[in-house]
Design a protein around this ligand. Structure first.
Ligand code: 6PG
Length: 231
């Protein structure tokens, strides 16, 4: 499957990513009167979410989900929900009951994952993803049992031990949710991602070792630094 790749200048990354996302949300609302969007975490999307708040979006028709979450309280610095709140939810009129936080901090993360699985729509209209330097996406890490999960759509997982990433305990969507999404947008920027972007997009198909390959058929928005090793 040939990925749809947009290589953009770093200074245009947030605007182009926000425009792409806003257009997909608008198209979904036009066709289905609603849009279910799953957000990703990390550093890359935060300025994109801030830029999104300046777009003309009918937020009352948007339902927000998360692709993954760390096992932290919702106001923790490491929380993807906290990042999305300060960048977006605090600035737009999304009804509170349309924002579905992953309760990854619950002691029984397995039960919390099952409950989140039950509230996910059969198909997300839009799934936003990032890519880690090891090729992970959401909290699907290389070699994790979650990358070959045959039935469950949301599972409790353990990230590789620091220093690669903060917060080992997490909750994540599985590849089943990526495959079912109507649209997937992957956002990657920075020279430190150039090698992994080349392996994911142009290397041999090995999603169990490079889980970001589950999103290879999506729209990839990549800045010039992260695209530097693409042929
Ligand atoms: C998370 C994210 C994760 C992220 C990548 C890239 O919870 O950490 O969902 O999958 O998208 O690690 O993160 P950066 O954008 O910070 O490089």
């Amino acid at each position: 499957m040939t990925p749809d790749v947009l290589v953009v200048a770093p200074e245009r990354f947030d605007v182009i990513a926000a425009t792409t996302i806003a257009d997909l949300i608008g198209a979904s609302i036009s066709m289905r009167d609603t849009c279910s969007v799953a957000l990703c975490g990390g550093a890359t999307p935060e300025p994109v979410y801030r830029e999104l708040t300046h777009r003309s979006i009918n937020w009352a028709s948007v339902s927000i989900y998360f692709g993954d979450e760390r096992a932290v309280v919702p106001d923790s610095h490491d929380s993807n929900f906290a990042m999305a709140t300060r960048a977006m939810f605090d600035h737009v009129a999304i009804p509170g009951n349309q924002i579905h936080r992953m309760l990854a901090e619950r002691a029984d993360r397995g039960t919390a994952a099952r409950e989140y699985d039950a509230l996910l729509p059969p198909r997300l209209d839009l799934l936003l993803l990032g890519v880690g330097p090891d090729g992970h996406t959401a909290s699907l890490f290389p070699g994790s049992p979650a990358v070959t999960e045959p039935w469950r759509r949301v599972v409790a997982v353990a990230a590789p031990a620091p220093p690669l990433l903060p917060n080992v305990a997490r909750m994540t969507i599985t590849p089943l949710v990526v495959a079912a999404a109507r649209h997937v947008v992957v956002m990657v920027r920075g020279a430190d991602k150039a090698a992994i972007v080349q392996r994911v997009l142009e290397g041999p198909d090995q999603p169990a070792n490079l889980p970001a390959q589950f999103a290879r058929s999506g729209t990839w928005i990549i800045d010039q630094a992260a695209a530097a090793q693409l042929q």
